[in-house]
Design a protein. Structure first.
Length: 702
């Protein structure tokens, strides 16, 4: 049986005295979260020494000890411990230690210590601090995501088993009150008035634009309905044909000039209810003429844009995603692309905006307009995006390219490729407000956070089925794009930024910890992909979260394309066997995420989540973030790394490594100082003696 108890105060004091020897503070570029604490955290695994840190990684069955001591001898303190679920594990008292005798997976999470401090003045203060605990079930083994993927399914006939082909057409009128001109198909109708722009037709007698429009709408939406299992929009559900309303042509409800262009999904009150429709001008209608390709240069794209608006009519009729403006676009483009792929049997080429989430994975999933000019992110329904100047003109608050991230179907493509195509209509049916929160309501908090890590890891590896190669190619084509404010008037003049999927941390202190930059570290549900050069039999990188609800995983592809993932961690060491299967180009990728999926408002969308990494066994250096490491089949060269390694040869008859095989002797990039594998500076005097200790074994140096 698992026991949670406290060590007596005397024993705790003894442990602190014997095992915890405060060290001089390492010089830091950026403070760590614990630096502002009024206590010094202590953690212990089994009977190993107490470590002065606020995170601990153990295996199932291990003993967990979490403790603390005041940062100043002048402070007296009492302590209370709360579980990750907020349950009181230990009531307020002088003993700071919390012990879990035999750890289980259920013991993972963030523990909170509430400390009531008394100062020499007699004043008191209570503060809370968080400790991360990770419990591993299979340390060092590969992780199979297929065993941890939820599956969803929705087919509209299950909900509408008796839905029949509609037999009624709406009673839409011209401005003079007479019935509108109309052409009916099987499931769709098109309506126009007597003032239709003449460019829509070859002649007054030509009706090819109407016939071809109806034919395409009946065929495409029949495929979406009968083959892909999506419901029709609200019109057929109530016995009416869906409809296309040509504005500018002289219909009721419309005062638009017949020279106006464009189109959108609209809604009109007709026949006793509000019914969605495709609202279009003469221009996209004319692109259905028999001779459209010789008259309109963009005829093909205009026809597909009309289907896009018809899909919006379906989505507007479903119960889901009412607070997810971003998914109204990305979910739409996914459905249209999925239809094309299923029909042709070919994956096709994604649009250029599909690359946005891959080029800037630090952006949140539920994000409209992406990374804004002030460094924050647009919210799920464009919170923080819209701004107008004193003249009433819209001010540009976003950056070029990634400002259109809401049109990307990267997220639904990965989700459909791993959890099944039925996932996307399921979302539209059963996630009433926000997408991620709606999914979590069904699968639970822990599974949702795991799903976010899986999405980001598969995104980093382009490992999500047949569509992976097309998305990888599009990402490659947009790699290195410079982004800044898109047009004037703009909100903030941005420093131009070159897009890459990768983050390259920089040294933060003398203990070998590295920190990401503060511009592109993750937003909520966002991620960083950190490439690392590795050699040897095993690669290890230590992960230290500096913020809440973070996860990490190591992964790589081989030269022939097989994908491997490490065990996920909340904190501690990421470890992988790289001898049985070798990473392409000798590089693994560390995926770090924030796993928060509920949008909570402005403070959240302005926050970037922080963390630290430290290189361990077999991990040589952080790789150039401007290399296309995802091109696993190619020979990708990091020139700085290749010229930055100095060989350290093992002495004859003694244990050691050559520089080309191991990591010892790697100089800190951009520095002349020599550091060991953990990034700690090596005293040249010790090196002259020919030996120093690393990971418990002797490394010999000439």
């Amino acid at each position: 049986m698992k026991h949670i108890h406290s060590i007596c105060s005397a024993l705790t004091a003894l442990l602190v005295c014997v095992l915890f020897v405060p060290a001089a503070h390492a010089q830091k570029v950026r403070p760590d979260v614990e630096d502002s604490w009024r206590i010094r955290p202590l953690v212990q695994r089994n009977e190993q020494g107490l470590l002065p840190q606020s995170f601990l990684q153990v295996a199932v069955g291990d003993r967990i000890t979490l403790s603390a001591t005041p940062a100043s001898d002048t402070i007296t303190a009492r302590y209370k411990w709360l579980s990750p679920a907020g349950k009181v594990l230990k009531r307020l008292g002088k003993d700071p230690a919390l012990v879990i005798e035999q750890a289980t997976e259920a013991d993972m999470g963030i523990y909170t210590i509430s400390v009531t401090m008394t100062f020499p003045s007699g004043g008191t203060r209570t503060e809370q601090y968080e400790y991360n605990v990770d419990v591993q079930t299979d340390e060092g083994a590969y992780y199979d995501w297929t065993q941890h993927t939820p599956h969803f399914s929705y087919y509209f006939r299950d909900e509408f088993p008796d839905l029949q082909k509609p037999t009624k057409s709406h009673n839409i009128k011209k401005k003079n009150g007479q019935p509108a001109n109309r052409l009916d198909g099987e499931w769709w109708s098109v309506y126009w008035g007597d003032n239709l722009n003449s460019q829509a037709r070859k002649s007054a007698a030509d009706s090819s634009c109407f016939k071809n429009l109806i034919k395409k709408f009946d065929e495409d939406f029949g495929y979406i309905r009968d083959v892909m299992g999506w419901p029709p929009d609200l019109n057929p559900q109530n016995g009416w044909r869906s409809y296309v309303y040509i504005f500018g042509s002289g219909l009721e409800f419309d005062n638009t000039s017949n020279t106006e262009k464009g189109g959108y999904q609209g809604t009109y009150y007709v026949d006793g209810a509000n019914y969605p429709c495709v609202t279009a001008s003469y221009y996209p209608l004319g692109c259905f003429r028999d001779d459209a390709s010789s008259v309109f240069s963009d005829a093909a794209s205009q026809r597909e844009a009309m289907i896009h608006e018809g899909i919006h009519a379906i989505l507007a009729s479903m119960a889901g995603c009412k607070q997810s403006a971003w998914f109204q676009e990305g979910g739409n483009t996914w459905l249209q692309a999925a239809m094309a792929i299923k029909r042709s049997g070919q994956t096709g080429t994604p649009g250029f905006l599909d690359a946005c989430p891959a080029l800037a994975p630090f952006m949140p999933i539920e994000c409209y307009s992406g990374w804004l000019q002030d460094g924050s992110f647009g919210g799920p329904s464009a919170e923080g995006v819209n701004m107008y100047n004193s003249s009433g003109a819209q001010v540009c608050t976003w950056r070029n390219l990634i400002g259109g991230t809401q049109y990307s179907n990267f997220f639904p493509t990965v989700l459909a490729g791993t959890a099944g195509e039925g996932t996307i209509p399921w979302i539209w049916r059963y996630c009433p407000g926000r997408v991620l929160e709606g999914i979590a309501d069904s699968i639970g908090d822990a599974s949702m956070r795991e799903l976010l890590l899986q999405y980001r890891a598969r995104q980093a590896m382009f490992d999500f089925g047949d569509a992976s190669l097309g998305f990888r190619n599009m990402t490659s084509s947009q790699f290195g794009t410079t982004v800044k404010e898109e047009w004037s008037p703009y909100w903030i003049k941005c420093t131009p930024h070159k897009l890459t999927p990768y983050q390259r941390p920089t040294r933060n202190d003398d203990d070998g910890w590295y920190a990401p930059d503060t511009l592109t570290n993750p937003g909520w549900s966002g991620a960083n992909f950190v490439p690392v050069h590795v050699r040897g039999d095993r690669a290890e990188v230590e992960f230290r979260p500096q913020d809440t609800n973070m996860r990490a995983q190591m992964c790589f592809r081989t030269k022939t394309g097989e994908t491997y993932y490490s065990q996920p961690v909340r904190c501690g060491t990421l470890s992988m066997d790289i001898a049985t299967h070798k990473p392409s180009n000798g590089v693994v990728t560390i995926v770090i995420i924030n796993s928060d999926y509920k949008y909570t408002g402005n403070a959240q969308r302005k926050h970037h989540w922080d963390y630290r990494l430290r290189l361990g066994e077999g991990a040589l250096a952080f790789a150039d973030n401007n290399c296309k490491w995802f091109l696993h089949e190619k020979n990708v060269l990091d020139k700085e790394f290749e010229t930055g390694i100095e060989s350290i040869e093992g002495k004859e008859g003694k244990e050691g490594y050559e520089g080309s095989e191991g990591s010892e002797g790697l100089r800190d990039q951009g520095s002349s100082a020599i550091h060991d594998l953990l990034g700690r500076p090596v005293n040249p005097a010790n090196m002259s003696q020919g030996v120093y200790i690393l990971h418990g074994k002797k490394i010999y140096v000439q």
